[in-house]
Design a protein. Sequence first.
Length: 273
Amino acid sequence: MDLSEIAGRGVVLLGCGKMGTALLEGWLAGGLAPQAITVLEPEPTPRLAGRAAEGLRLNAELPADPAVAVLAVKPQSMGDALPRLKALGNGSTLFLSIAAGTTLATLEAAIGARTPIVRAMPNLPASVGRGITALVGNARVDAGGMALADALMRAVGLTVQLGDESQMDAVTAVSGSGPAYVFLLVEALAAAGAVEGLPADLALALARATVGGAGDLAESSDSDPGQLRVDVTSPGGTTAAALKVLMQEEDGLPALIARAVAAAARRSRELAG
């Protein structure tokens, strides 16, 4: 679906923080006219105010029947924010929520049981157009509604569709929280390089470029990550010595990551109630 196809009915964006701003910029870059977007944001940034000067409808009256209403407020603010859009519920407006831990059932209870709702879990790289978003809809979402949600989220990266909402906790733990794990890896590599005698700024530059480049290679290569690891590991060499430590069965990186992801998934289930 082309974003320009929804310009007639328009889009409402509730909340314009980091992720909301990333989505907004992605839509505009994808051809959606500023006049087709209504943003509800109590504390607009100068950048958002500048978009309003270009025609974006900032804190304006809601369209009567927008194609989609995107919920981009923090989960703890959802209860206060949703009443502003309740009048759009139980109709043809698709609701797209990116609030972590807020289930479809919770949204249905707040907006209306007959409302088509898609729950989405993007991640922070969406802010540079390199995100990945998992999508799952309730029983009211038809193929057209899912295509619309997919088009809106593809403006900031890749998308995948889930078979069941129960998978969202694992998605949250892997890709939603995952960037933090990668940032920690960059920090740890840089700190270890400094311990080995490198200037801190040089160690950080090496760590950033290494993790970024390896990520690009893992994403673009036809080989799976395990084969790439084997390809870079010479028997008896320096990489092999490091991997002997990292791949210890009980205390190595795979076991540590498994425990971390399990903890994140458990917390996601707790937040969802």
